[in-house]
Design a protein around this ligand. Structure first.
Ligand SMILES: Nc1ncnc2c1ncn2[C@@H]1O[C@H](COP(=O)(O)OP(=O)(O)OP(=O)(O)O)[C@@H](O)[C@H]1O
Ligand SMILES: [Mg+2]
Length: 421
């Protein structure tokens, strides 16, 4: 499989994942406090995890001073408030102390295309007009190291349940089915539940355990190996999963997961990762580094607490990314006291993107037939809801998750009957 179907990515800038910045030294010289704060925020971003970053004030003048006595880094970012003439003059001085291999990015306060062209002619790698955003800054640096001949990277959608059995896998598989079908995007389901995964069953296919081979020898993982390990599920959909057996134990390393997911990103435009309900370094890695995280939860207190904990972790670890999307599933189980969607939203701080009813007929039939909800109940509320999410994830109907107000204690106090159960 190649990345030739990357038309999926052409729906807007947030559909292009910003890639990791490689292991490089980046020195920043800001000319005002506000830029310094944004760059601090960028330096903490997950995509800058491999880079060594220093930030100081003083702008272009300070940079010229500092590099009289020390070699310039891989990337030098300097902010300046200077106008065209002064900027060009000062850059002449910087050029005298700057090594030829150093890539220079200017953050300027003059929005002038002629100046931009002049700077590019002089060998400046990028000119960013202030105010700069953290993501724009990261993207500018990452693109300095991007192979211009390579296809855009694929997007990773990580689906995780707030507790066991909430329906996360079923939803992940149906979304992958929809993305590869209706939206015609080459999609791989990566089932990380190596012993108990249900992706094979849900598509009526035997498991081949390809994921074990990939994770077991990460040094060998490339597009060719990935291609060989995939099980075709029909159309543009494939599966990379575990053997779904318990005859051996397998320890997954976060580092191996990083290699496999990055290889997948280079091979295919859409990767739906079915993350099991366990907590381990590689699960944390996968969620933090996905382009989108979709948490499926049932309307119960344990689900609510766990969702809130995952959301808080992700908010803190990925301040420059989309908020996780929340699906409230199995709503309306007869006789079960439930947390309302509104209370759930208030407690977690995010409005659920979808509310899917408890529908044992459609879900049960799909499961026993090895079919998708879209096949057994295309007109069902669940299929309709999942169609909306597939549209959003494909970029056809962008809606950012809405923030709600958080007060978990207040919600718990409102639900004494639930606490007692
Ligand atoms: N809305 C729903 N109505 C009725 N049944 C549902 C609904 N959602 C999921 N189910 C059923 O719940 C069961 C568990 O679903 P699934 O395996 O997708 O959950 P999971 O969160 O991935 O579980 P696990 O923790 O085992 O990975 C399945 O039998 C599925 O058909
Ligand atoms: Mg599952």
């Amino acid at each position: 499989m190649t990345a030739s179907a990357h038309s999926f990515s052409a729906h807007g800038s947030d559909q292009h994942p910003v890639v990791m910045v490689p292991h490089v030294n980046i020195h920043n010289f800001c000319d005002n406090q506000q830029t310094g704060e944004v760059l601090q925020q960028a330096a903490m971003d997950r995509r800058m995890g491999h880079a060594h970053v220093s930030i100081q004030l003083g702008g272009l003048a300070a940079a010229i001073q500092v590099y009289q006595h020390q070699p310039t880094p891989n990337v030098l970012v300097v902010e300046t408030h200077a106008g065209r003439e002064q900027l060009l003059a000062e850059l002449g001085k910087l050029a005298e102390v700057c090594q030829p291999t150093t890539k220079v990015i200017i953050i300027g306060h003059v929005n002038d295309v002629i100046l931009y062209r002049e700077l590019m002619r002089q060998g400046i790698s990028e000119y960013i007009v202030a105010p700069v955003s953290a993501l724009h800054y990261i993207e500018s640096i990452a693109s300095l190291y991007k192979d211009p001949k390579s296809d855009p990277l694929g997007r990773i959608f990580a689906f995780v349940g707030s507790k066991g059995g909430v329906g996360s896998s079923t939803i992940a598989h149906n979304i992958a089915y929809r993305l590869s079908g209706k939206h015609s995007v080459e999609t791989v389901i990566t089932d990380l539940d190596l012993a108990f995964g249900t992706a094979g069953l849900n598509f009526n296919q035997d498991a081949n355990g390809g994921m074990i081979e990939a994770l077991g020898s990460p040094d060998r993982v490339d597009s060719t190996l990935i291609d060989r390990l995939l099980t075709k599920l029909g159309g543009k959909l494939s599966l990379l999963g575990g053997p779904c057996q318990v005859d051996r134990e397998f320890a997954i390393e976060a580092h191996s997961m990083e290699i496999v997911l990055n290889a997948l990103r280079r091979s295919v435009p859409c990767i739906v990762v079915d993350v099991p309900n366990v907590w381990a370094p590689w699960v944390r890695y996968t969620l933090i580094n996905a382009d989108e995280v979709i948490i499926t939860a049932t309307p119960e207190l344990a689900s609510l607490r766990n969702t809130k904990n995952i959301v808080d972790l992700l908010k803190q670890a990925r301040p420059n990314d989309h908020l996780p999307r929340i699906i409230l599933n199995q709503v309306g189980v007869p006789k079960r006291p439930e947390v309302s969607a509104a209370d759930f939203a208030k407690a977690v701080g995010i409005t659920p993107e979808l509310v899917i009813p408890y529908d044992p007929m459609v879900f049960g039939t799909a499961q026993s037939n090895g079919q998708m909800l879209f096949e057994v109940g295309p007109k069902s509320k669940s299929a309709e809801q999942l169609d909306v999410l597939a549209d959003i994830l494909s970029g056809n109907n962008k809606t950012a998750p809405k923030s709600g107000k958080f007060n978990l204690n207040e919600i718990f106090q409102k639900l004494p009957s639930l606490r007692k159960k």
